[in-house]
Design a protein around this ligand. Structure first.
Ligand SMILES: Cc1cc2nc3c(=O)[nH]c(=O)nc-3n(C[C@H](O)[C@H](O)[C@H](O)COP(=O)(O)OP(=O)(O)OC[C@H]3O[C@@H](n4cnc5c(N)ncnc54)[C@H](O)[C@@H]3O)c2cc1C
Ligand code: SF4
Length: 476
């Protein structure tokens, strides 16, 4: 145990953020690191619980959190980093953007503030890079087996690294022009600067992973070719079909999916040029973000930085409680109001709002007709929205961004195109070893489980890699 009385002596310290007025001028990281001495003190708050809920219930990767907290407290950073890398390929990414279910499950959180697990994770890995402790780890022996990975998001990257280190020849195919999936195109640079991703990709190349961009599997390369050319194939194509809104006026200029908008901004930060007639810009516009989740919050932060005239984010669900909902007690992931760094920067939020119609003038969006809803239980005990009589109102806006999640039907359609069977719930049919109906074909990440979190994609990629490895070992 780090320090038996640490949790009584030291309060939680959060990472500082750059002042709002400064950070909205650029797309650089919002969060700043805590000094190492402060993190050693924070690690001392860990109680090394008999049942470490952080590790068992919180972290999908089963990170050995109490163990590395203890090592950080004892200033054995390098040993702590080894433990961390044993379960997580990319702590520099989860350390920046994970919502930290480990912290929500931390025992200290039952009646105090949880240990700052995410900050300790980030500091560990960044010190590792700075000290030169993180080097390529090529396999000691090669298997002669070839593996194709389709998609280069966190699931594909984690699987590729695991399989290359196991000695297989791995090639990652990616439709986009750059590697990274949503880490590259989607998540704003102010949450994840892309140099962080490039640094890890370089390490993977030195470990023997080959990357090929601008290749769409199923079009440029057919799956029968993959079957002939590779011993195993892992699909990690992500959840890429956004939920649409079939409301009148949807076709108006100025109504876009959030991902189109966010991706363009990633490209601009990367130095790409976007033609003026294709540019989706919030500059001087009244922006309406439809969808109250993280993607919507990313649209808010991006619109602020682009110079929007005003921003409103609406959500159909009711406003969550300020504190943990009693229906989600510790150590469950709490239903409660979340205010991201983007919400601190500007815009307003409204809940229990349903969009009815997009209003236009000369083919361009000029507003949205909406209505308030009430959430009531139906005959089967399910909460359902009903429109509040007389609550209709108009929202003037000239840019509407749809951030309402991604459909599993879209995943199933892609899988079926590859010949992979799916269940009525749109999940891939997998055997006990995680293999699809096509021998040697596996699937992982958001494409397999539906849109989720980076940490879950890494975990699923690692599990799939273990399944592929077992299959290759058994294959004649
Ligand atoms: C805007 C946004 C913000 C988010 N923010 C966070 C966050 O802050 N924290 C967090 O934990 N999670 C966040 N998430 C969720 C997280 O990014 C995803 O859960 C995660 O990226 C899924 O990883 P993946 O590898 O399964 O798929 P993806 O990251 O979607 O990658 C799939 C890749 O496969 C490629 N591909 C698809 N089809 C083909 C094909 N036929 N041939 C070749 N390549 C193909 C795609 O181009 C893509 O690059 C966010 C998601 C979005 C959309
Ligand atoms: S639950 Fe919290 S206090 Fe307990 S071992 Fe995990 S990090 Fe430490």
């Amino acid at each position: 145990m780090a320090k038996p009385t640490g949790f009584l002596e030291y309060p939680r310290q959060d990472a500082p953020k750059r002042p709002v007025a400064e950070r909205i001028q650029d797309f650089k990281a919002v969060e700043q690191p805590l000094p190492e001495a402060a993190l050693e003190t924070q690690a001392a708050r860990c109680m090394d619980c008999g049942i470490p809920f952080c590790h068992m219930m919180g972290c999908p990767l089963k990170n050995l959190i109490p163990e590395w907290n203890d090592l950080v407290y004892r200033r054995q950073w390098r040993e702590a980093l080894e433990l961390l890398h044993g379960t997580n390929n990319f702590p520099e990414i989860t350390g920046r953007i994970c919502p930290a279910p480990c912290e929500a499950a931390c025992t200290l959180g039952a009646n105090d503030k949880p240990v700052t697990i995410r900050q300790i994770e980030l500091a560990l890995v960044e010190r590792g890079w700075a000290e030169g402790w993180i080097t390529p780890k090529p396999a000691a022996a090669v298997s002669g087996k070839r593996v194709a990975i389709v998609g280069s998001g966190p699931a594909g990257l984690a699987a590729a690294q695991q399989l290359a280190r196991a000695g297989h020849r791995v090639r990652v195919y990616e439709t986009d022009d750059r590697i990274g999936g949503v880490l590259r195109y989607g998540i704003p640079d102010f949450k994840l600067e892309k140099g962080v991703l490039d640094r890890r990709i370089r390490q993977m190349e030195q470990e023997g992973v080959a990357f090929e961009t601008r290749v769409r599997i199923g079009e440029d390369i057919a799956t029968p070719y993959l079957r002939r050319a590779y011993d195993a194939v892992l699909f990690t194509g992500g959840a890429r079909v956004p939920r649409d809104m079939q409301a009148p006026g949807r076709e108006l200029a100025g109504v876009h999916f959030a991902m189109e908008f966010l991706t363009q901004q990633n490209r601009l930060v990367a130095g790409d040029v976007i033609a003026a007639d294709a540019l989706i810009s919030a500059k001087g516009r009244r922006v309406l973000v439809i969808g109250g989740g993280d993607t919507g919050a990313d649209c808010v932060g991006t619109s602020v930085r682009q110079g929007a005239a005003g921003i409103l984010q609406v959500e159909i669900l009711p406003r969550p409680p300020e504190k943990r909902d009693p229906a989600t007690p510790w150590p469950l992931w709490p239903n409660m109001l979340r205010t991201s760094s983007s919400h601190e920067e500007g815009g307003e939020r409204r809940w229990s709002v349903q969009t009815r119609e997009f209003l236009g003038k000369n083919g361009r969006l000029c507003g949205v007709r909406a209505v308030e809803v009430e959430w009531k239980k139906d005959g089967k005990g399910r909460f359902m929205p009903t429109e509040k009589a007389g609550s209709e109102f108009e929202i003037p806006c000239d840019l509407a961004l749809l951030a309402m999640g991604f459909t599993k039907e879209g995943n199933a359609a892609l899988l079926n195109r590859f010949g992979i069977e799916t269940t009525p719930a749109c999940d891939p049919v997998l055997d006990a070893n995680g293999m699809t109906n096509l021998p040697g074909f596996f699937v992982a990440g958001d494409l397999s489980k539906g849109a989720s979190l980076v940490v879950r994609a890494i975990q699923d990629g690692r599990t799939a890699a273990a399944n592929v490895n077992r299959w290759l070992a058994e294959k004649k």
